[in-house]
Design a protein around this ligand. Structure first.
Ligand code: AMP
Length: 472
């Protein structure tokens, strides 16, 4: 490996400086507060899982999209025979399901309501807003098949964005129940349904890009129009054996975009012969009614929202923030009633979502949301001469024990150098310790923002600083 590469972070990963960390931690704290306000409890799962967890859900093809690595050769002795393969987790819904089945949640009263915040890894093509290491914050509700739970998870996401000050979001809600309903009634198996949902998701996202003025190209690099995207999908459906009336109905989902009332009315006319599709529409309708009670103000119902992941079965949704440009989707989620069962657990309905934390933090910056910042310290304690240097350590310690954030000089700098550094870091107070003042039990307390100073008794320093900084 060349020296240049050795000292760079791996492609698609990032280093975070303190200022950025402050924004990220702020985002996380707001997210936690909102999730907990609705009764969700935090869980943590390993950064890596057995590859089989993801293979079982998405098939061998997922190997191309995630980081898979062999176990340690000595794991042979753990009883595996050959060491198992591991995957860095690409998302946290699968680990949450695993935990539900075998990790201690199985005996909990239903619904089980959990949340997580943690990093994920995907072999994605890096771009602004798209990383190979990124963070997700999400919730899952296990055990409720009812539309109130779909409404609640959507409301939690909407409320989180509002509390973060990101009020300009666009929320699109659809249901995969319609598509799955028509396809399964016409004998299309689940694996093919998943492929079709993937194509629809891609086509819908390309159409949105074209509508937003972004160029979209086909495999040969030729620019595509909206019509071209639909023609391609038409061909894909035809080639996989979905033809005639069924194909026309599938393509109709692209026209079913608008207010809840409009879309539900039109969709019920189109799909009235398909029992499962009608049930999905009724479920969606009930979710939208519940959503109204939860005061989620505006959304578009869009039956072309299909989500890229294979496991969704019913209501699906996504939140976009336009100022983020190409990677504007900050949240995706929906109902996945079969996944726990597919993993060998009982038949437990489930719904949930994941935010892309990195995109939320970027949106906070772009939208100019004020983030509470803290200075590195409240106080710097500075010695004017070498002989009192150790005394500064004692004073600093005394202040810290009273809850003040304090630093001392570890570089043996001059008083002036220390004062100018403190100014640079925005430290509001300096306690200046000199032999003359110290001999009478005093120090100089300097307000660096107002550039005023006074001599005060050492015993009073902590109280005065705490009072002035409202530290309680
Ligand atoms: P998904 O698990 O694919 O439904 O993604 C949920 C959310 O995670 C998306 O809406 C994005 O905000 C975020 N996300 C997904 N992939 C990436 C990535 N490679 N880099 C940054 N954020 C991502």
């Amino acid at each position: 490996m060349s020296k240049a590469t050795l000292f760079q972070h791996p492609r698609g990963t990032r280093d975070f400086l303190p200022e950025e960390m402050m924004r990220r931690r702020y985002g996380e704290s707001v997210i936690r507060q909102v999730f907990e306000k609705y009764g969700y409890q935090e869980i943590m799962t390993p950064i890596f899982e057995y590859f089989d967890l993801y293979k079982k859900r998405s098939g061998e093809k997922i190997r191309d999209e995630i980081y898979v690595f062999p176990g340690h050769p000595r794991e042979r002795d753990d009883g595996f025979g050959i060491p198992p393969e591991y995957a860095l987790r690409p998302e946290l819904t699968a680990p949450a399901c695993r935990m539900l089945i075998s990790g201690g949640l199985s005996t909990w009263p239903r619904p089980v309501k959990i949340y997580y915040i943690g990093q994920c890894f995907r072999y994605d093509r890096p771009a602004p807003g798209r990383y190979r290491e990124f963070w997700q914050a999400g919730i899952e509700v296990f055990g409720s098949e009812f539309p109130e739970s779909d409404a609640e998870v959507i409301a939690v996401a909407a409320n989180t964005l509002e509390e973060l000050g990101l009020v300009t979001y666009e929320l699109r809600i659809g249901t995969l129940g319609v598509l799955r309903g028509i396809l399964s009634e016409n004998g299309v198996n689940e694996e093919t349904q998943n492929r079709i949902a993937g194509w629809i998701d891609k086509a819908a996202s390309n159409i949105n890009k074209i509508k937003g003025g972004e160029p979209v190209t086909d495999d040969r690099g030729q620019s595509m129009s909206e019509l071209g995207v639909l023609q391609l999908l038409d061909e894909e459906l035809y080639n996989i054996g979905v033809r005639g009336n069924v194909k026309d109905k599938v393509l109709k989902v692209f026209e079913l975009v608008g207010t809840g009332q409009e879309v539900l009315k039109n969709a019920k006319e189109i799909f009235n012969e398909c029992k499962n599709a009608m049930q999905a529409l009724d479920h969606l309708s009930a979710s939208l009614n519940a959503l109204e009670m939860l005061k989620v103000p505006s959304y578009v119902v869009d039956l072309s929202v299909a989500r890229g992941l294979d496991f969704y079965t019913g209501t699906v949704f996504e939140f976009n923030i336009a100022s983020l440009g190409a990677q504007k989707q900050v949240c995706g989620g929906g109902r996945y009633d079969n996944l726990v069962h597919e993993y060998g657990g009982p038949k437990i309905p489930a719904t949930g979502f994941a935010f892309g934390l990195d995109r939320l933090v970027e949106a906070i910056s772009r939208e100019g949301v004020k983030v509470p910042t803290t200075t590195r310290c409240h106080v710097v304690v500075i010695a004017t001469t070498q002989e009192v240097r150790n005394k500064t350590l004692e004073i600093a310690n005394m202040l810290r024990s009273k809850g003040v954030r304090v630093e001392t000089d570890l570089m043996r700098r001059s008083l002036n150098e220390m004062l100018s550094l403190a100014n640079r870091f925005g430290t509001p107070y300096a306690v200046i310790v000199g032999p003359k003042e110290l001999s009478t039990g005093k120090v100089i307390m300097r307000n660096l923002l107002e550039k005023k100073q006074e001599e005060i008794s050492l015993e009073d320093v902590a109280n005065r600083i705490k009072k002035n900084l409202n530290l309680g």
